[in-house]
Design a binder for this molecule. Structure first.
Ligand code: DX5
Ligand code: ZN
Length: 214
């Protein structure tokens, strides 16, 4: 299993320590949650923090934009060193154009679905995508309870990927722990995001190791 710990749950007063832990861990990438207080009812961090993270973190950056009009910030996200730029389906009127812009900027393109958005909405874009991110909580906050309907949705997504021959990886975000992670692994997830489960653990690197084994 690929694991993408979410920095949202890190201790920002000890950012260097937490980034060093990520560097030394088996994490495959680092998940960065950008929130604007409009698309989601919360504000997190933005480009200055991400630029600092880029300097210290040696892992690929998996950026999840929970903002309106994410197409306005493609070059800024690229300049923060993002390897993957995830935009929400619900935030993009011209999703095909936005995906093209992300790829033209040299990043991998990911599209994220809120819990209430069905997988079939991706049918006409999925062959262009490097990644699909399924939200297994309503976005905006760390530490929420996993929505179990995500497992059926994951099955729908695997079927769509098989049918279309898409190369997209499937990432799941929200309420992931060892228990829900096991269910997601069984249902065909490729990447697990985990915030609270990793950063509230007594030994965060060991928590990452546990998820890696799934
Ligand atoms: C929620 C964010 C998540 C969040 C996950 O809106 O997109 O990435 O950090 O946190 P946990 O793993 O604590 O649910
Ligand atoms: Zn996220």
């Amino acid at each position: 299993m690929l694991v993408s710990p979410s920095l949202l749950s890190a201790d920002f007063g000890n950012l260097n320590r937490d980034l060093e832990m990520i560097n030394c861990s088996e994490a495959d990438m680092l998940h960065l949650d950008v929130m604007d207080g409009v698309f989601v009812p919360n504000i997190s961090f933005g480009f200055p923090v991400m630029k600092y993270v880029q300097k210290v973190c040696h892992k690929p950056l998996d950026v999840h934009l929970m903002i309106v009009e994410p197409q306005k910030f493609v070059s800024e996200v690229r300049d923060c060193g993002a390897e993957i730029m995830n935009v929400h389906y619900e935030a993009c009127t011209h999703l095909n154009r936005t995906v093209q812009q992300i790829k033209a900027a040299g990043m991998k393109a990911g599209v994220t679905l809120n819990p209430a958005t069905p997988v079939c909405m991706l049918r006409d874009i999925i062959s262009e995508l490097d990644l699909v991110l399924l939200m297994s909580v309503n976005p905006g906050f760390g530490g929420q309870k996993f929505i179990h309907g995500t497992l059926r949705k994951l099955a729908d997504l695997r079927a769509l990927i098989a049918e279309t021959g898409s190369k997209a990886l499937v990432e799941i975000d929200g309420g992931v722990n060892l228990e829900t992670g096991k269910l997601l692994a069984g249902a065909g997830a490729d990447i697990l995001v985990a915030g609270n489960y990793v950063f509230s653990a007594e030994d965060p690197a060991a928590a990452i190791h546990g998820l890696k084994q799934l």
